[in-house]
Ligand binder design. Sequence first.
Ligand code: FAD
Length: 455
Amino acid sequence: MKHSHSQPIAIHWMRRDLRLQDNRALVNALKSGHPVICCFIFDRGILDLLQNKRDRRVAFIHRELYRLQAELNDYGTPLLVGYGSVADIWTQWMEDFTAASIKISEVHTARDYEPYAQERDRSMAELFRKHKVEFKGVKDSVILEKDEVLKKDGLPYTVFTPYSRKWKEALRDHDILEANSIELLAVSDNRFFESHDHWTAPEIPSLTSMGFETPSDLDVCIPSPHIDSSRLEQYAEQRDFPAVAGTSRLSLHLRFGTVSIRAAYRQGIEASEKWVMELIWRDFYQMIVYHFPHAAKDSFRPAYDRIPWSNDEEHFAAWCAGKTGYPIVDAGMRELLATGFMHNRVRMVVASFLCKHLLIDWRWGEQHFAAHLLDYDLASNVGGWQWAAGCGCDAAPYFRVFNPTAQQAKFDRQATYIQKWVPEYGTSAYPEPIVEHAVARVKAIETYKAALQKD
Ligand SMILES: Cc1cc2nc3c(=O)[nH]c(=O)nc-3n(C[C@H](O)[C@H](O)[C@H](O)COP(=O)(O)OP(=O)(O)OC[C@H]3O[C@@H](n4cnc5c(N)ncnc54)[C@H](O)[C@@H]3O)c2cc1C
């Protein structure tokens, strides 16, 4: 970097908003009036915990960054990508910019409500303050956030139905309005390089340099970011049948922000109220994890942490591998391993089976999902698991134990989904059930009841 005097810059720090369209943090950076750089950090605090070095999510993000870099290039805006601990990378960047006589005036980002992200952003705010850099967050990844939907007494809701009612009352036009990031990028064309022609962004670190590889099935596993309106129109009737392509498959894109939640809402509201309700569930769980961060690790209802889980490792291994002898459970678990996705109805069935039939701690299942789901999102995953285990804020009652055979008869009557993922279904090669439903059900209810009665 050569020495030169130049005007201050603004940075858009991308995390869960990997897109240029309808991006609020980018708009705020562009509106600062300063030339803008976009940046992303491959956070070793997260990556080092991933055991699978062919993790599809890491490869997906990496690929999306190349796409963003090419798109940004058309607007003369650089993309800076780091790999390391977030604090180290920012410290390094600030030193590098200072050495190049470039002053960072402000950093804009989209708020993230998970406990790890909250903690990270608190310490980053401190670091930026020391360097006299303004650090500004904005709501972007949800429609209504943290304190926007509260009960009359000012406390957060913990039950979904009244929350959803209040959510609808609280919604204002600007919550779903498209942010004009593309327009602003177009008018700010090349400003960064005009004023900082001596600075170039280093290359995006390769996946291999970070210890990862692109899995060969990446393309087939990534669903389209296109929102299919005709699918949404039939959503209410088709959403529960795993053999039917009846849901949007947008979860990965909403997770990483490759699709804007506001765009999803705008299209969804025209087609299906039922589908919009799922987007409200998503906001609900993000709000819960923000207000009740303990629930990311512990049961939302502490009494449930007294359940004496069996935690049988052989049973857990059979569940993970899709070899429980319950076809709908096995099909779901195998779909997850093969594709990184599992249909919502089946997620509920396999989660209930683990916590109730096998009496295995919901956290074991939550971790298995976290390792494999392409759309893994802490708030929704923990929310879904605690719902199934009965220990969540607005959970299925403990005595409700899904019967996997009845679920199969209802939602996969022709066994189309099962045959796709369990080819040996119906042959002698298919395993016998590892537990008997009627016995496991009674045992689950008695174990839960005894634990919850203890005080
Ligand atoms: C045990 C369990 C674990 C789960 N883990 C996750 C997870 O890690 N990440 C995740 O995004 N979803 C999770 N879900 C919720 C749901 O299963 C997925 O969002 C859905 O299957 C994704 O498919 P889709 O995009 O086709 O959904 P659609 O049915 O088309 O729904 C549209 C969008 O609404 C949101 N959504 C739908 N259902 C829910 C829900 N119950 N809770 C919160 N948001 C919802 C998602 O963003 C989804 O993309 C979990 C559910 C359960 C029961």
